[in-house]
Design a protein. Structure first.
Length: 319
C-alpha cells in the first residue's frame, strides 16, 4: 500500500492523446460513468451537483479531479507533498470531513447538531506529515491549509510561500499538529490562527520573506517603518508557552537586503518548556539605539530567556 506521495501542480497536463489514448477512450465510454460515480459518491453523498461535476471532470481527464481522487483512495497514506495551486476536490472533501472528525470525537452532540459533514467519511486517517509548496514565486493564503489541520493523525505540517489568513478559522476541535515549519512566508498576523489551532505545539520554525514585495516595488522606502511582527508572533505563541520546545524565528534575510525592520520579540521567560531557540539578533535584543539618544537597552539575556533553554543560536550578529 502507498504510504508516501508527492504530487505536481494540477495546472500541468498529466495526459495527452499521444501518451495514453486508451485511458482517454475508457473514461469517455458510457460504461465508465457508473464506475467513476461510485468512486466519488462517498465524498459527496448528499450533493448530486458536486458528484456530477467531479464525474464530468474525470471523464475529460482533469488533473485536479484525477489526483484528488487518487489521494482520497489511499487510506494508508502517511506522508503527502502537494505542489500548489490546485486540488479543488481534495480541499472541498477535506473541509467537509473536518466536521465529521469533530463530531466523531464529541458523542454528546444532539441530532440537531448534525449537518452535511455527518455523511462524509474521515479522509486520510493515517496521514501524519504534510507539505505544501509552490514551484514559482507566487504566494497563497494560509487558509488553504485549514482543513488539513483537522486530520485525525496529522502531526507535522510544513509549507513554503504562505501569506496571512484572510478568513476566520472556525476550529471545531484543536489540531493534533505538534511540529510546524513555514519557509519564505509573509504572515503579517503572526501566524495567529495556525498556532492557536494547535493543542500541543512542540516545534515552530518560521523563515520570513518579503522578497515579492521588495521586487515588485520600483521605489522602495529608504527608511521603512519598524514592524511589530515579532511581537505578534509572541502573542500567538503564548498559547503554546507550556509545550513549545523548539522555536526558530528568522527575519535576517530581509534586514540584510534593504527590507523591513522589526521590533524585538520580547521576553521568552514564560516559555517554560523551551529548549532550542534560533532567532535573529535584532529580534532578540535591541542592538542599536537612535543617534543622539541617551537611552540604552533595558533588556538582558538572563532576564528574557527561560531557565529550560539548552541551546541558543543567534543569527545576524556582525563583527
Amino acid at each position: 500500500m502507498v504510504r508516501e506521495l508527492r504530487l505536481p501542480t494540477t495546472k500541468r497536463s498529466l495526459f495527452t492523446a499521444d501518451e495514453d489514448l486508451g485511458y482517454e477512450r475508457w473514461t469517455a465510454l458510457a460504461a465508465a460513468e457508473p464506475v467513476l460515480r461510485k468512486a466519488v459518491e462517498p465524498f459527496f453523498i448528499d450533493d448530486i451537483y458536486e458528484q456530477e461535476k467531479w464525474v464530468r471532470d474525470l471523464q475529460t481527464g482533469s488533473p485536479d479531479a484525477l489526483i484528488s481522487l487518487l489521494v482520497l483512495s489511499l487510506p494508508r497514506l502517511e506522508k503527502l507533498e502537494l505542489e500548489l495551486p490546485g486540488y479543488h476536490y481534495l480541499s472541498r472533501v477535506a473541509h467537509r470531513s473536518a466536521g465529521t472528525t469533530y463530531r466523531g470525537n464529541n458523542s454528546s452532540l444532539s441530532c440537531d447538531d448534525h449537518r452535511e459533514e455527518d455523511t462524509v467519511p474521515i479522509i486520510l486517517p493515517r496521514l501524519t506529515s504534510m507539505h505544501m509548496y509552490w514551484p514559482d514565486e507566487s504566494q497563497m493564503s494560509v487558509d488553504f491549509a485549514f482543513p488539513f489541520f483537522q486530520l485525525p493523525a496529522i502531526r507535522h505540517f510544513s509549507a513554503a510561500g504562505f501569506l496571512k489568513s484572510v478568513t476566520e478559522w472556525k476550529n471545531k476541535s484543536q489540531s493534533p499538529i505538534t511540529h510546524i515549519l513555514l519557509m519564505y512566508c509573509l504572515l503579517e498576523d503572526g501566524a495567529r490562527q495556525i498556532v492557536q489551532s494547535c493543542k500541543n505545539l512542540q516545534s515552530f520554525i518560521y523563515l520570513h520573506s518579503e522578497a515579492d514585495m521588495i521586487e515588485g516595488d520600483p521605489d522602495p522606502d529608504p527608511d521603512p517603518m519598524i514592524k511589530p511582527l515579532p511581537k505578534l508572533f509572541r502573542d500567538s505563541l503564548l498559547s503554546a508557552r507550556q509545550s513549545l520546545e523548539t522555536l526558530c524565528l528568522d527575519f535576517n534575510s530581509d534586514t540584510s537586503s534593504g527590507g523591513a525592520r522589526f521590533t524585538t520579540f520580547g521576553s521568552l521567560s514564560e516559555f517554560t518548556a523551551l529548549k532550542h531557540l534560533h532567532i535573529t539578533a535584532c529580534v532578540l535584543l535591541p542592538l542599536y539605539c537612535p543617534v543622539g539618544s541617551h537611552s540604552s537597552p533595558n533588556q538582558h539575556l538572563p532576564d528574557i530567556l527561560p531557565r529550560s533553554l539548552e541551546m541558543l543560536h543567534v543569527e545576524g550578529v556582525e563583527a
